[in-house]
Ligand binder design. Structure first.
Ligand SMILES: Cc1cc2nc3c(=O)[nH]c(=O)nc-3n(C[C@H](O)[C@H](O)[C@H](O)COP(=O)(O)OP(=O)(O)OC[C@H]3O[C@@H](n4cnc5c(N)ncnc54)[C@H](O)[C@@H]3O)c2cc1C
Length: 358
């Protein structure tokens, strides 16, 4: 049986793991650390898994992950439109993109390898944490011994579960529909039937992506156009009490870091991946946990807002958005707070999610 040793092992090459791997190597100026990125899926399955996404990101993501620049752009996004019950309609500007996510992530993996990192496509099967090292077993029977483990293995994280940490996970369903989309626009439809979430309609080249939370009872096909593909995948949100356990650092959906309100998880995952890499540069995993907890991405306002929305019926959904009927601006914000002080924390969460929700 072959045994490999490394300084940092990153498990999972999604947005969070790719970011952690790339920054671990970028910051390793003398190329003196052995960094391995492990991914369970082969190329075809990897691409399929990572297209199960709206693939929407904000321009601000690229400030957080510089020097990674916007690339693999399918469409530029310049506005968001929201439909609330009782014909309340809102439109806001957005500086964002729809990206070809698998190609974008593959590009980061290539850069990681060119910087001296090692990419292995095999599944982690098990691990044991003892003293100052972690021994990881792969399904091939081979093993890797590492000083630090970054768990970026997604919403169903085996590593999180084995550590006995519970997380909030939800299944989202998405249809790729043969229908010319409304270009440059992200559309959200709110209704009590989505239990605090929403239905989204995102442009994707000549096709439209329509998604919503999975429901146990059948939902009437909520769109026009021929269905090309039906997809379902989980998202993990709501955060963890602790994102570090010994020398194991959890990032992205493994740490339930998707935004509870928007369910956007690419940006928080990539920011967390970078933070984890920076903390390990100074041999201080706890610095990552502290920094994440203090960051705006982990604000408790988001989960509070989601839980509040979950309890609202259509009448209340429409009522609390009524002050914004004529547009979202400083005047409507003040009007909302004065008319409906009971929703103050919700309005604060909306304001914050406009800045860091995607
Ligand atoms: C339908 C849908 C639409 C979405 N749309 C958007 C959107 O438009 N914008 C946005 O910002 N967010 C969106 N999200 C959320 C976003 O996709 C996730 O938050 C994000 O993918 C989390 O990234 P991650 O790297 O933490 O995990 P993942 O992307 O899940 O990646 C985890 C990786 O780990 C690998 N892995 C798992 N187990 C092992 C193992 N044992 N060994 C080795 N490798 C392993 C997996 O194969 C995978 O490649 C959407 C989610 C869903 C479900």
């Amino acid at each position: 049986m072959h045994e490999t040793k490394c300084d940092v092992l990153i498990v999972g090459a999604g947005p969070a793991g790719c970011s952690a791997a790339f920054f671990s190597k970028l910051l390793d100026k003398n190329n003196s650390h052995e960094i391995i990125l492990l991914e369970r899926l082969d190329n075809d399955h990897y691409d399929r898994y990572h297209t199960m996404c709206g693939e929407g990101v904000s321009g601000e993501l690229f400030q957080d992950i510089a020097p990674i620049k916007p690339s693999c752009i399918i469409e530029k996004i310049d506005k968001i439109r929201e439909y609330w019950p009782e014909k309340v309609e809102l439109e806001m500007t957005m500086n964002g993109y729809i990206i070809d996510r698998p190609t974008f992530l593959n590009g980061i993996i290539d850069r990681f390898v060119r910087l001296g990192g090692k990419f292995i496509q095999e599944p982690l099967q098990d691990f044991i944490q003892r003293d100052d090292e972690i021994k990881v077993k792969m399904t091939t029977g081979e093993s890797i011994t590492t000083r630090y483990l970054i768990a970026a293995d997604g919403p169903n994280s085996f590593i999180r579960k084995k550590l006995g940490i519970a997380g909030r996970v939800k299944t989202l369903v998405q249809y790729v529909v043969e229908k010319e989309p409304e270009h440059n626009t992200l559309i959200f439809e709110y209704d009590e039937c989505w239990d605090g979430d929403y239905k989204w309609i995102f442009p994707h080249g000549a096709t439209t992506k329509v998604g919503f939370p999975f429901r146990t009872h059948r939902v009437r096909e909520p769109f026009e156009g021929t269905i090309l593909t039906k997809q379902a995948r989980k998202v993990a949100f709501g955060g963890l009490q602790n994102t570090v356990n010994g020398n194991i650092l959890l990032v992205g959906d493994a740490a339930c870091q998707s935004n509870p309100l928007t369910k956007g998880g690419i940006r928080p995952g990539m920011v967390a991946g970078r933070m984890a890499a920076e903390a390990l540069l100074t041999d201080n995993p706890r610095a990552y946990a502290e920094r994440w907890k203090r960051s705006v991405f982990a604000s408790p306002l988001f989960l509070h807002a989601f839980d509040r929305l979950k309890g609202m019926n259509n009448k209340e959904l429409a009522r609390h958005m009524a002050p914004f009927r004529k547009g979202v601006n400083a005047f409507s914000n003040i009007k909302a707070i004065l008319l409906y002080p009971e929703y103050f924390n919700l309005y604060k969460a909306y304001e914050l999610s406009n800045k860091v929700g995607w």
